[in-house]
Design a protein around this ligand. Sequence first.
Ligand code: GAP
Length: 514
Amino acid sequence: MAQQEDVFKKIVSHCKEYGFVFPSSELYDGLGAVYDYGQNGVELKNNIKQYWWQSMVLLHDNIVGIDSAIFMHPTIWKASGHVDAFNDPLIDNRDSKKRYRADVLIEDQIAKYEEKIEKEVAKARKRFGDSFDEAKYRETSERVLENQAKRDALEQRYKDAMNGNDLQAIKQIILDEEIVDPISGTRNWTDVRQFNLMFKTSMGSTAEGASDIYLRPETAQGIFVNYLNVQKTGRMKVPFGIAQIGKAFRNEIVARQFIFRMREFEQMEMQFFVKPGTEIDWFKSWKEMRMKWHQALGFGAENYRFHDHEKLAFYANAATDIEFKMPFGFKEVEGIHSRTNYDLTQHEKFSGKSIKYFDPETKESYTPYVIETSIGVDRMYLSVMCHAYQEEQLENGETRTVLKLPAALAPVKLAVLPLIKKDGLPEKAREIMNDLKFHFNCKYEEKDTIGKRYRRQDAIGTPYCITIDHETLTDNCVTLRDRDTMKQERVPISELRSLIEDKVTITGLLKKLQ
Ligand code: GAP
């Protein structure tokens, strides 16, 4: 675990050192849980967004995109339930004056019991060696059973309290479990209060004329309130989908793990409108399609899992998360939800306007059901970074840090490197670059030794480098180096584009989805 934490710290500093992610407002000591993407970061992020957008909008002729505003009529958030129920339970410690999410304190306590169990099992595995029967040990060890029983009882109490929205019961769990503030070490807790996660601001210039509005906490509502506009103007027939990528804002209380939980982040959401009664079949097929999208990146199926929700929101009839194995465990990257007709019905009720779909074939009107796929760009980005970051031991005893990014997502596809800065090599390199730059992102570099330049490109995940040497001037060939194998081959300049283009464009990834 400690080792994994170290790896994660290295990834965070690598992101900063190589222009991927910077803490926001760093010059002014930063702003909690807000981050900026640097020169390489923005390219990687744009590639992730393109991969998602094209997989939705290009590959499905019944899915179109929109770009709705961040500010929306405040009643939308009343209708969606965010004003009344988009809350986290908070608790303060009177000694440290620090604020915590009460649910997170309890979840951490559950994790502590789980850690104790795993420690017992690991000790026994070491003690018994090859003859160790793990399943039997888990069923019979007194210590394991005792901790398992405590864990299960706590989880049940916690679920009951959360489901019943019983804030007093949540506090009582914290007291009974003797959970202490990690800073003050005391149990001097306040009562638990609900805290709404939406950021509020005001629109209008005068205090009297101004009205409270919110920064959207999800992009989905922009799709719901535009669904009929799109359906009518695009002559869309159910089933059809609307995709959107955009910023969302949540005043997260416990913002942790770098860009995993941010206060300003980006979502890629798609609402798929279907005929009532067909939603579960569509839910299943979107589950499959979305998992395929993730796995096409080649990170290995073992790093993904579904987490089906047992307890559903009252309006949902199926929900699952796609989780990815981060250095800090399997974590949600995407949610897939069957949301019935709840959102559309709410908007009908609160706006007082009919937004029913008229089916031209059956001549009936109905409110479509919705399957939602919702993925955080930044979380996806983190999963890509975590998987790509590697420290490799080389045959000559050196280590190299390399980002094994899928070539289609890499910020730079080809580094163009003249061996030396004279004898016409830079000019030849520029000539090659000027031809290829129209097809994919190329970077010209002439400073430092070729070895150092290769390392710098490895560190930002550039899949290919070409070196222009004196022979290039006569034979019109360059040395092409592959990031992962570090193999080098001599290839004609005229073949470079065809050798590289297919491997580095999003098209190659999209073809795997067909
Ligand atoms: N419209 C449904 C919705 O917003 P959600 O589970 O709250 O559902 C969907 O969010 C996805 O957005 C998550 O799976 C996650 O990837 C991302 N996300 C949510 N909150 C986030 C945060 N504070 N920071 C970064 N990403 C976040």
